[in-house]
Design a protein around this ligand. Structure first.
Ligand SMILES: Nc1ncnc2c1ncn2[C@@H]1O[C@H](COP(=O)(O)OP(=O)(O)OP(=O)(O)O)[C@@H](O)[C@H]1O
Ligand SMILES: [Mg+2]
Length: 237
C-alpha cells in the first residue's frame, strides 16, 4: 500500500480546469517530485491533497484512508502537512512564535521541546535568531523557517511547494541538500519544483505535469534521459 495515493484527481476554479485527472502514488520513505512549468497545476494538486482547495473529482488516500474531503487541520494530526509556495510565514511574529504555530493542535505537548531541538539541529541559524522577527530574515532563512514550521507537527509525510523559488543559486543548493537530509531521516516527501535539473539529483521518482495532466513519469534516471523532460525543461535553468 502506498502512503499517498492520488487517483484521477480533478481541481477546478469556476470554469478553469486546473487539474484534469491526475494519478500518482508515493511509497513510504520515498522522495517524489511533481515537476512542471508555471500554471501546470502543481500547487492546485498539493493544495487539494491537503484540503486547501476542494477535490472536484477523484480520490486522495493517505495511509489507506480516503482523505479527499478531510479538513486540513485533521490531516496535520494524521501526519501529513504542507510547506506552501511563497513560504507564508508570519512576518510580524518571531522565529520561535512561527515555529510554535506549527505545533498547534499537537496532543503530545510533552514531546514538543524535542521537536524544537530537531528543527534547531537542522537549521542552526534559526536557533541563533529565534527572537528575531520572521519578516527580517533573508529569503533562504524564511524558507528554512517555513520548512521548520511544517516539521513542528512531526509529519510522516511532507508536501513541499517550490522551496527553491526566488532563492540565490547557493541557497537553492542548501535547500535541496536539506530535502535530501529529510528523506534520509525517513520523512516521505512530495516535492513540487520548477527546478528540474536540481530535483533530478535528489529524487527517487518524479511526475511531469503540463496543462493539468501528467505527461511523463519515471525514476530520476529515466527522467534524466526522457525526451519530454529534455525538450521542455533542461537547459532552461
Ligand atoms: N485561485 C485560483 N482561481 C482561479 N484560477 C486559479 C487559481 N489558482 C490557480 N489557478 C489557475 O489554475 C492553473 C494551475 O495553477 P497552479 O497554481 O496550480 O499551477 P502551478 O503548477 O503551481 O504553477 P506555478 O509554478 O506558477 O506555481 C493556472 O491556470 C492558474 O492560473
Ligand atoms: Mg505553484
Amino acid at each position: 500500500m502506498s502512503l499517498l495515493s492520488i487517483d484521477t484527481l480533478k481541481v477546478r476554479y469556476g470554469a478553469v480546469e486546473a487539474v484534469r485527472g491526475i494519478s500518482l502514488n508515493v511509497e513510504e520513505g520515498e522522495l517524489v517530485a511533481l515537476l512542471g512549468a508555471n500554471g501546470a497545476g502543481k500547487s492546485s494538486s498539493l493544495n487539494a491533497v491537503i484540503g486547501l482547495v476542494p477535490v472536484d473529482d477523484g480520490h486522495v488516500e493517505f495511509n489507506g484512508q480516503d482523505i479527499s474531503h478531510v479538513a486540513t487541520e485533521m490531516l496535520v494530526r494524521q501526519g501529513i502537512t504542507l510547506a506552501p509556495e511563497g513560504r507564508r510565514i508570519f512576518a510580524g511574529l518571531s522565529v520561535l512564535e512561527n515555529l510554535r504555530l506549527g505545533a498547534y493542535g499537537r496532543r503530545d505537548k510533552a514531546n514538543i521541546s524535542s521537536t524544537y531541538d530537531r528543527v534547531f539541529d537542522l537549521f542552526p541559524i534559526l536557533k541563533d535568531r529565534q527572537q528575531q522577527l520572521a519578516g527580517t530574515l533573508s529569503g533562504g532563512q524564511q524558507q528554512m523557517l517555513a520548512i521548520g514550521r511544517a516539521l513542528m507537527c512531526e509529519p510522516r509525510m511532507l508536501l513541499l511547494d517550490e522551496p527553491s523559488l526566488g532563492l540565490a543559486p547557493q541557497i537553492v543548493e542548501t535547500i535541496f541538500e536539506l530535502v535530501a537530509t529529510l528523506r534520509r531521516q525517513g520523512i516521505t516527501i512530495l516535492l513540487v519544483e520548477q527546478n528540474v535539473a536540481m530535483s533530478l539529483d535528489v529524487i527517487d521518482r518524479g511526475y511531469v505535469m503540463s496543462g493539468g495532466r501528467i505527461i511523463d513519469s519515471g525514476t530520476a534516471s529515466e527522467l534524466k534521459s526522457s525526451h519530454i523532460v529534455e525538450q521542455a525543461y533542461m537547459g532552461t535553468h
